[in-house]
Structure formats: C-alpha cells, structure tokens
Design a binder for this molecule. Structure first.
Ligand SMILES: *Cc1c(COP(=O)(O)O)cnc(C)c1O
Length: 377
C-alpha cells in the first residue's frame, strides 16, 4: 500500500500534502524589496481578499508566522485595549484564543459548549442583550479539535443585529468552505497558508475591514504582531515590515494558482467532501466510530473514537501507518480518547481509498477490534 512517492501523505490539520509545483516554487532566491517580490505580495494579498469575497472596504494583512500568530495579531490589534470580547469556545482553538486574551491583557467573557455542540445563536443573542460591555464576539468557523462546523452565518447575523463586531478564526476552512464577507459580515477573518489553500507553513493572514484597521493605530500590545502597522507598511511601500518568508510566499502564490485552476472554493470543497465521505464510510465499514454526528462534521478533519481494545495503542497504530506513508494525527478531545485523520491537502478520493486500505491492513496486523466500545478517558 506504500504510495508511489518519497514524501508521506500528511493527513493532519496542516502542514499538509502539497503539490509538486508548490514545492518547486520554493526553489529560488527572492529580494524582499525587489519589484518582483512586491508584485507577488500584492497579488497574493488581492487574491486572499477576493477569496473572502471582500470588496474595496477590506484588506488582507499578511504576517510572518503560523496561523496562531495571525489570530493573536487579530485579537491584539482589533479588540481595543479597554474593550471586552465574548469568546465562543467548543474546542482547543477557542480555548487558545482565551489564553491569548489572558496573555495580551484583553478583557473577555467565555461562552463554552461541549466539543460536539455548536453555540446556539439564540443563546448568543441573549448573552449580548445582557451585556452591553461586549464589543467584539470571537468565533471559530471549523473547530479543528473535532472537525465540527460552527454556524458562522447565524453567529454573524446575531452580531450584526446587536451592533457588535465579529472576529473569526477560519483557519481550517478558508479556501474550502464558502466564506463570503457579504453574507458573513465581520470585522476580520484569520487564516493561514498551509491548510485548505495547500501552501506551506510560515504565513498567516487576516482579511479585515480597512475602516477597523485604520482605527487601531497604537492598539496592539506587540511590535511584530501589529496588524495596523503591518497593513500601513503594505499600503505605503508594498513591503513587509520585517524580512518575509520569501519562499513560503512563492509557494502560496503557486498554491493559489492551483486553487483557481481547480475551480476555486467550490471545487476544493467538493474534493475534500468526497475525501471525507470515502474516509468516513470506509472507516465505519471497518468498525471505527466517528465522534461527531454526520450533520456537524465539516469535510476537513475527522475525529474517530479510539477503540477500547487493549491491543489498540495510538503510537503503534501511528507508526504502522507512517511506515506505509501516511501520517495521521493524535486526538485533542478533553472528553474521550480519539485520533484524527485529515481530508485536506493534495489527495483525492482514490488516495483516501488507499488510506482506508492501509488502516484495514494495520488493524489486521495489530490485531485489535476497531468496534470495541470506548471507555472514556
Ligand atoms: C490550525 C488552526 C489554528 C492555528 O494555526 P497554526 O498554524 O497551527 O498556528 C487556529 N485555529 C484553527 C481553527 C486551526 O485549525
């Protein structure tokens, strides 16, 4: 079952499998202040804004670093120093934003639901009605902890009706699930190069309302994670404030070309949905159980319950799949033992069928029963 290639398939929430051309795009030297690189920077910024269906009133601010850097920059720059936000939490990435607010000193409230439960728009509405001090709501689109899809359009509608600003972490959905700023009115949305856009790690970005960016001068508690200054730099000179990851941007430019050639968000989302279907059906066929009910599952990453059979051991399962060229991901649930398999990256339905076949082979080799009922951790 070994895939016919040197690199493993990365069935993870990123970095993930990239195309040959995207890898090749990194071979070269770029002057960070040279016209060619500045043109590439401008093109990528425009493409990303367009992917969010943002018009003239939105701008894309690229940032050196992983997605977390972009989220931290978004929170620190757009939530005023004397403001207060409400963070919707149903997994590790929501909890990470709580931690960021603690560290950067932004006042916050938390509305937490279970990891298999999206926030209720009606409950959000009631919370906002009760608390006038909340200026910003902070939400995760697809909570990659489980792969659950949160009702972002409904959340946005409630925020708009209540006159509150919305900040979205769309890290693991951007580029594969529709994100239309016309239908999801928000102040900013953060994502990164190396998830559904199929670039490589090293660049995060925030597409934000220019009016909001313009109003936040001096607000960020950090020099390097200051969205306002980074944006001003791009607008004034086209340059990054500090040396950019040039090869990463070159890869992202190529990955965006491939995204467009594939047919954009709709086609990317359709391929991932097909991958997800093959994976879930195949794994269920072997006896594995998914953590989420089908309707809540985004076609990004699937959480499976760890079989309770003592012969199942994640490390051995992982290693046996890795030997076959597939890297999966540990679980991140607080409530149950689990593991995750991603549907995203440069892989298609046929590739996913090979993944399921490899899991079947490994299951036989290790001799555990995938359907053994789980005891909670
Ligand atoms: C991956 C991810 C992040 C963090 O991005 P990193 O690149 O891992 O720092 C934040 N939020 C969500 C929803 C993610 O999936």
């Amino acid at each position: 079952m070994m895939p016919d290639r040197d690199d493993p398939y990365l069935l993870t929430p990123g970095p993930l499998t990239t195309s040959e051309a995207t890898k090749q795009a990194m071979v070269g030297d770029w002057g960070s202040r040279d016209g060619r690189f500045l043109a590439l920077t401008a093109r990528v910024r425009d493409r990303l804004t367009a992917l969010a269906c943002g018009g003239e009133d939105y701008a894309c601010v690229l940032l050196q670093g992983s997605g977390t850097f972009a989220v931290e920059a978004m929170l620190g720059s757009l939530v005023p120093a004397d403001g207060r936000c409400l963070i919707l939490v149903n997994g590790a990435y929501g909890r990470r934003m709580v931690r960021i607010c603690e560290i950067i000193g932004r006042a916050y409230a938390v509305h937490e639901t279970a990891e298999d439960t999206p926030p209720e728009p009606a409950r959000l509405d009631a919370l906002l009605a009760e608390d006038e001090t909340i200026g910003h709501v902070v939400a995760v689109h697809c909570e990659t902890t489980t792969g659950i899809l949160n009702p972002i359009e409904d959340i946005a509608a409630v925020c708009e009706a209540r006159g509150r600003s919305l900040l979205i972490d769309a890290m693991s959905s951007f580029g594969a699930l529709p994100f239309d700023l016309g239908r999801i009115p928000c102040e900013a949305v953060a994502a990164s190069a190396n998830k559904c856009l199929e670039g490589v790690p090293g660049i995060g970005f925030v597409v934000a309302r220019t009016e909001a960016l313009a109003a936040t001068r001096g607000n960020a508690p950090s020099l390097s994670l200051d969205l306002h200054d980074q944006w001003r730099g791009f607008e004034a000179t086209g340059e990054w404030r500090f040396p950019p990851p040039t090869q990463v941007l070159a890869a992202l430019g190529q990955a965006l070309d491939e995204h467009a050639a594939e047919g954009g968000v709709a086609a990317r989302g359709a391929r991932y949905s097909a991958n997800c279907r093959v994976l879930v059906e195949g794994m269920r066929g072997l006896g594995f159980e998914t953590f989420l009910a089908g309707a809540l599952q985004a076609p990004i990453i699937v959480t499976f319950r760890a079989p309770s059979d003592p012969r199942f051991e994640f490390a051995r399962f992982y290693n046996a799949l890795a030997e076959r060229g597939y890297l999966i991901y540990p679980g991140k649930l607080t409530q149950a033992a689990s593991f995750r398999i991603g549907c995203i990256g440069r892989i298609d339905e046929a590739g996913m069928r090979d993944v399921v076949a490899a899991v079947a082979e490994v299951t036989g080799e290790l001799g555990f029963d995938p359907a053994a009922k789980l005891s909670s951790t």
